[in-house]
Design a protein around this ligand. Sequence first.
Ligand SMILES: Cc1cc2nc3c(=O)[nH]c(=O)nc-3n(C[C@H](O)[C@H](O)[C@H](O)COP(=O)(O)OP(=O)(O)OC[C@H]3O[C@@H](n4cnc5c(N)ncnc54)[C@H](O)[C@@H]3O)c2cc1C
Ligand code: SF4
Length: 563
Amino acid sequence: MSQVIRSPKVFDVCIIGSGAGGGTAAKVLTEGGLNVVMLEAGPPLNPAKDFKEHVWPYQLTHRGVGVGGHSDEFMAPNGFWDIEGEPYTTAPGSDFHWFRSRIVGGRTNHWGRIALRFAPVDFLSQSTDGMGDDWPITYADVSPYYDKVESFIGVFGSKENVPSAPDGVFLPPPVPRCTETIVKKACDQLHITCIPSRLAILTKPVNGRPPCHYCGQCGRGCVSASNFSSSQVMIPPAQATGRFTLITNAMAREIVVGKDGRAQAVSYIDKATRTEMRVHARAFVVAASACESARLLLNSRSSLFPNGLANSSGAVGRYLTDSVGSDAYGYFPQLEKIPRHNHDGTGGMHMYTPWWKYDRKNDFLRGYHIEFGGGLDMPGVGEFHGVCEEYEGYGTSLKQACRSKYGNYIGFSGRGEMIPNADTYCEIDPNVVDKWGIPVLRFHFKWSDNEIKMAKDMQETFRSIVEAAGGTFFSDAKPGGDLPYGISEGGRIIHEVGTARMGGNPATSVLNVHSQAHDVRNLFLCDGASFVTNPDKNPTLSIMALSWRSSEHLLDQAKKGQI
Ligand SMILES: Cc1cc2nc3c(=O)[nH]c(=O)nc-3n(C[C@H](O)[C@H](O)[C@H](O)COP(=O)(O)OP(=O)(O)OC[C@H]3O[C@@H](n4cnc5c(N)ncnc54)[C@H](O)[C@@H]3O)c2cc1C
Ligand code: SF4
């Protein structure tokens, strides 16, 4: 690419990425009066055409299983474990998987909508148990922004006063399914907390968005925008201001700095023409997702920043974490006798177990929560949740056998905190570029004993719940092997954060308390890159709350002429 095409216009702010973090920044900054341009690597999204929420299997070729039977054509589009022509690599001995989305709204088109606040202790981990680091901000700093995000996007839940799972601004929760009632009773017996879940799904109208009609298909995307996606909830208000320019199919390659050390422009590849373009702005919000944002900074080398932009600390790419995951399931004979009825509800769990052992000494530090689900929901494409694999035969007897078992299983998934370690990070692979010529990331990943002990505890808890409920316990987890106690492969839980963490000390952190780079004052990182810890709570609500907070700070600085 020999020629760079420069646009003469200078925007107030350029945002890179339109997911949870970028979408929130776009809404807050444009409504605050700034002129914003957003670069998004993927295409635009048209929910009416792209979301297959109400499409039946017979309406798709191969009933939606995809050629070769390896994909699910019902799922919201452009979410991939592997992107053709855009590889990443893993270091020898490391196993890491990276789910990326390339479309307006990013992975908020695909996420499970589990929207949990971090607890006060999650910001003070080092002070509490001596491991890792504290955040330079507290729960009190973020709490007003959780309120703003929850009020705007709509999250259902219930006030429970559980110290490890702070209450929020909630819409009423949906009633539990019968499967969830069975688990709740067993949990009560075992003194394990089990409460209504907290999902970004509307149970009442919010800002013109209708409530959920309980089709149970959130993973396909919601045509009525009754669940949260940045594409349907954050981007439209930004567009309505008339101060928002969205450039799609624009893959940011490098942030360009001036002689004064301030960021000036972003060079990006226009995928349609394969031309290199450049857009100028007074401030930059990088929200390409934690690892893509680290990649962009590390690829933005200059004489002023030879190790990558805003990386004088060397912390960009370090402190990477995912959530600890481990799964098991149970077969519940009492469900065989329940009259067949529709369990659909919202496209997620109506009950869950927050971390309940916060007040005792455990074998491991930090905690985990439990997500569970099963029952008579709409079967996954072509597989009937594996039930059909159990039986031989054909015709009526096979159908009856499958029908008698289908819906009687409940699956359990633990989601726990990983503590950052020196063996887990991402860096630029010096030998590999993607199809746009941009150097790719190489991942290093290792679980520590703490996480393995946590996975063991998850398995023991799942077994005790299943057995207390009168079920039969099943698990593939083994104590040894590459993945002891069924601990997930790195990246598989899709909660990767921490690659440009905030901190009070510029020698050990990349960002200040406002997610503003210590080294480059007009550069903000508004995705999970800023996280100091990765508590058991799924990260996206916190990404949005922190992005809203940083964006208000950016607005304030812009008004004072400091940006
Ligand atoms: C199946 C699934 C289930 C999940 N469930 C949950 C859940 O229940 N709860 C929860 O909290 N989290 C969940 N997550 C995680 C959640 O989706 C992410 O935490 C969240 O979307 C991250 O937001 P983000 O803005 O950092 O990045 P993303 O949402 O990934 O958005 C990043 C955007 O940046 C764009 N981009 C990337 N690189 C560039 C570039 N160089 N130039 C321009 N644009 C670029 C991408 O195309 C993308 O649109 C789930 C994720 C998946 C995939
Ligand atoms: S379950 Fe509700 S929120 Fe989810 S896709 Fe269906 S209507 Fe939309």
